[in-house]
Each structure stands twice: as structure tokens, then as C-alpha cells.
Design a protein around this ligand. Sequence first.
Ligand code: 8YV
Length: 317
Amino acid sequence: MSKPTVIVTVRLPEAVKAYAETLFDVRYDTTDVLRHGPADVVDARGILTSSIERYDAGKIASLPDCVQVISTFSAGFEHIDIPAAQARGIAVCNTPDVLSISTAEIGMQLILMAARRAGEGERLLRAGLWKGWQPDLLIGLQLHGKRLGIFGMGSIGRHLARMARGFGMEIHYRNRSRLGPSLEHGAIWHDNDDSFLAASEVISLNAPGGGGTRHWLNAARIAKLPAGVIVVNTARGSLIDDAALIAALKSRHVRYAGLDVFDGEPDFNRFYLDLDNAVLLPHMGSSTVEAREAMGRLAVDGIAAVLEGKRPGNLVG
Ligand code: 8YV
């Protein structure tokens, strides 16, 4: 029996490519641009894409009827118009959970880099400006005993909480609903923004992107954070009003920011580059061998399940 044709628009790990090829007749279109249109899709029954490729209503409407499933190599799926896909009977799958530990590790790394000024230290040394040990060189903050506020206590937020507890931090969180004790592990739930913001000496954004959270961290909410707060974002750049955060970094109301994601990335607000108190990474949250292989397999499995008429566990729409 011939294998179903699947278009892959992501540069997958080699092991995942080999796995996909056992199940599908894979057509690679990995130019990372919005290139494939109806003419390229022709007979494909599935598309494996990523978060850098938008599937808005227009693009979904243009897909031929043979497409049954779009699987995104990402946990986030705000780049896909789910109602438009559902209206066409196209299933949508994502890759939750398998990247949570890697992404939480980047969150912890940014918290540490910000608190201990690691980027500044490295730049100083590489620029040949280090004059030797000095008692007042790059003094940072100790994390032990500090309160970490996690906005969005899904799987990534909970792994970050576990890691931060190991550093002696007290965990506060803001989530639509309170977690049960077995997931909460003593973390303190806030049912309102004001008490959550006031408690957060370090705040980490771990909520999904999309319209509901756009510019959640704006000037008004930043003003409610304690003076000297550290702000970390490994979720989506859209959660932050960049102009407001940059103003707060300049005034030092925000002591430091650690950012792995940017509004409009790969473009980003260039004023961040002028700030010594911002540590900036190019969206590396899930960039590990372990996460990327697991993401690829899960994305492939989602397509396979849909094409076999089954309901995949990673179905989002
Ligand atoms: C992905 C991410 O690597 O999974 C997500 O939602 O943000 C990243 O870690 C990226 O989106 C690739 O599609």
C-alpha cells in the first residue's frame, strides 16, 4: 500500500526524518518561508509545520481538500487559525509537554543570568576589559529566599517552579484556576493580578500567546511590581509591551530583564540592545537534542493518528 504524502516545512532532526519516512511519503519544503500554496500541496494529506509559519484563515482556505491534518512542531499554536481549520475539517496537532523541561531550564538560566549579570560579565571579559577581581565588580542578587511569580502555571511553569524551589525561591503563581495540592507543591496561588504582581520579586511569563495575553505586562502592571524586580519571558514576545519594559529598565524600576522571545521576532525592539540590564537570547527554549527529537516524533505521531482515523492525544483543534 502506498504511504500517504506529508509535506514537512521544518528542518527536523535526522532521527525524526527517518521515523517520518517509515510512515509517510515525505516531501520536504524546508525553506522556512510561507512558500507552499495549493499548487505545492497537491496530493498531501498532512503538513508538518512550525510556529514561524502562519496559517491564517486565507491560507487555510487555499489548501486543497486532501489536507486532513496540520501538525505544528511547537507547543504554541496561536499561529494557526483553529476555527478556520475546524471549519474545513482539518485537524491541528501540537507538541506540548515534551519541551517543558528544556524551556523551563532556559527560564531558570535567564533568571540566573539576570540576577548574576552573566551577560555583562562575559562581554567584559571578551572585550579585554577585565582588570582582575574587585570587591564591587558586577554585584548581582542572590536568588535564595526571593519570591518568584510565575504567570501561567502549565507544564513549563510547573517545571520552572520545581527548579526554582531547588534554589530556595518561594513560588507564587497566577493561573486561570488553582492547581491541586499534588501539582502546587506549596506554591501560592493569586486570584488577582495586583497581589500577584506585588509579590513577584522575580516574574517569569509562561502563559500562551494570542489575543488573550497580548501586552499583558504593560506599564500599569509593571508599576505594580516591586522596585528592582527581574522580568523573564520564555513564552511569547507578545505578552510584553516592549516600550513599557524598556522605559522601566531605563529607570531601573525593573532591575533586569531576561528575554528569549520577542514581539514580532525575528524582528525585535532594537532599544533592548542599548541596555546593559537586559540579557537577550534568540528563542532557544526548546533547543535541546532531547526536546527537538521528542517534538518531532510527537508531531509525526499526531499526523499518523489522524490519517488512521484516530484521535491523537496532541489534538488542539
Ligand atoms: C519552538 C516554542 O521551538 O514550542 C513552542 O511553542 O515556542 C518553541 O520552543 C518553536 O515554536 C518552533 O516551532
